[in-house]
Design a protein around this ligand. Structure first.
Ligand SMILES: NC(=O)C1=CN([C@@H]2O[C@H](COP(=O)(O)OP(=O)(O)OC[C@H]3O[C@@H](n4cnc5c(N)ncnc54)[C@H](OP(=O)(O)O)[C@@H]3O)[C@@H](O)[C@H]2O)C=CC1
Ligand SMILES: O=C(O)C(=O)Cc1ccc(O)cc1
Length: 445
């Protein structure tokens, strides 16, 4: 039996409220602390590493409902619902350290983006008398959670524990998605792995070309290109370990990132050979598998939506460079080769970035004239060839890096590219936030 009534809300008297514990006060931990506190939950205990005690206290000084404690033992022993928001790479070590201090009968969750290591850590180190109901907000810390998917994983314990977690997180107004630990990793690999590989590769390609192509041409840059630029910058302005964790520690992700590199290389070879017929056949076969009919799903993005995010003057549209859109052709080819139906996951567990990217892919693939223009550009227009070569090399490089399983190598590659874009992050964050807002609404009934 729960000590807390079903449907409890922040308006309950303070001594009847559950105590919420947050271990890890980085981007996500802080976001949760601030939003739960703003919602009116009065008893929130939080910690980061003991060495950061004063720093975290200072950063949370305007949130009196949030008590910053020295370490995870103090948070665990005093909280009814505890969320670990630490690096996936470290979850085992952190739960091994604090898990045995968990209050008897408490509920434990993790925010990690890949759940296999979290599940193993919880099963190994949490006492049998605590419940496991995990969660995962499927969006970055800067995105308002209302309407976004929030995965709830009922792994161990009674039904009331799930109810209490739902009640505590209800002020976020997120959309609950109920998955098992295993299904979570499958679904998030399908939505995030290749998406991130595409943008990481674009960034690396631009770094190696030593160019910000959307600035250097001075020509009209279409909405598709602006989406590419802004999401790339958005990803590189986030923490590297978020992407490393979900790519390296989720086995399904590795398979997909590998196929993405293969698809890119194979399509690029057809481009080099000028083999338009084979390229067209392959692209259209992929289209027929991934975007099966015209009516099955609504078009997510329209010309009007994308035009809001174009750079340069619309009157100059004829001066826009044609583009093979190799990153998009390869993504759809990759999904088709692996038999993944990304649209099936979109409404269930699509992150804002995935929604934008698949929206752009759909925008290109559902229009025969646009798709044919991309195929023509791929074989006949060499303007973009150098970029496509860099992109192909970058996709292979990221796939190799993930297959080596080295966090150190991933961090170096990521940070080197992030550094190149540092001066553009602020502007991209502003445009990106607007894009997410507009595109989140687009195509929803
Ligand atoms: N950022 C995002 O877009 C999203 C992230 N996630 C997931 O949420 C988790 C947290 O990510 P995010 O907040 O972005 O990352 P951050 O790096 O910003 O935060 C993680 C925090 O945990 C701290 N930490 C590490 N070890 C301990 C410990 N023993 N005790 C207390 N604190 C500790 C880290 O300290 P230090 O830096 O010193 O190691 C850091 O401050 C990750 O698993 C990530 O995959 C989920 C959804 C979205
Ligand atoms: O939307 C995306 O794919 C992001 O890049 C933000 C993100 C990163 C990690 C998560 O676990 C959830 C969302």
């Amino acid at each position: 039996m729960s000590r807390f009534p079903k449907g409890i809300s922040p308006s309950a008297p303070i001594d009847e409220q559950p105590t919420i514990g947050l271990i890890g006060m980085g981007e996500m931990g802080k976001m949760y602390a601030k939003r739960l506190s703003d919602a009116g939950w009065k008893k929130i205990n939080a910690c980061d590493l003991p060495s950061k005690l004063e720093q975290v206290k200072t950063s949370m000084k305007d949130y009196p409902n949030v008590k910053i404690l020295k370490d995870g033992h103090l948070v665990s022993r005093s909280s009814d619902f505890i969320i670990y928001s630490v690096e996936a790479e470290f979850i085992k070590r952190v739960v091994a350290e604090y898990g045995h201090s968990t209050k008897l009968g408490a509920i434990v969750a993790g925010q990690t983006s890949v759940k296999a290591p979290e599940r193993a850590a919880f099963e190994e180190y949490l006492p049998d008398d605590v419940h496991i109901v995990s969660c995962h907000s499927l969006h970055g810390p800067g995105v308002p959670p209302a309407g976004q998917p929030l995965v709830i994983i009922h792994h161990r314990g009674p039904e009331w524990a799930v109810q209490l977690v739902e009640d505590i997180l209800r002020p976020f107004q997120s959309r609950y998605v109920y998955l098992s630990y295993d299904d979570h990793d499958l679904v998030t690999a399908n939505t995030q792995a290749v998406t991130h590989a595409a943008f990481l590769s674009m960034g690396t390609a631009w770094l190696n070309a030593d160019e910000y192509p959307w600035e250097s041409t001075g020509l009209y840059v279409s909405g598709i290109e602006v989406v590419k630029v802004n999401i790339t910058l958005r990803i590189y302005s986030n923490k590297w370990h978020v992407y490393a964790g979900l790519a390296i520690l989720n086995p399904s992700a590795g398979i997909q990132i590998d196929q993405y590199a293969k698809s890119t290389t194979e399509l690029f070879k057809l481009m080099l050979a000028g083999d338009k017929e084979s390229l067209r056949k392959r692209v259209y076969e992929a289209k027929s598998k991934v975007f099966k009919t015209n009516t099955q799903h609504p078009i997510l993005l329209s010309e009007d939506v994308l035009d809001q995010f174009s750079l340069g003057k619309k009157a100059d549209v004829s001066k826009a460079l044609s583009n093979s859109h190799l990153s998009l052709l390869a993504m759809v080819d990759c999904w088709a080769t692996l038999g993944i139906d990304p649209l099936a996951h979109l409404e269930l567990a699509g992150t804002p970035i995935f929604r934008m990217w698949i929206g752009v892919a759909e925008y290109l693939f559902r229009s025969t004239s646009k798709l044919d223009a991309a195929i023509n550009a791929a074989v006949s227009d060499v303007t973009h060839r150098a970029h496509d070569a860099e992109f192909t090399l970058a996709a292979r490089g990221w796939s190799q890096c993930v297959s080596f399983g080295s966090f150190e190598l991933y961090e170096r590659r990521f940070k080197e590219t992030a550094e190149f874009f540092q001066s553009r992050f602020k502007e991209a964050a502003e445009v990106g936030a607007k894009m997410i807002q507009v595109i989140s609404q687009s195509g929803k009934k």
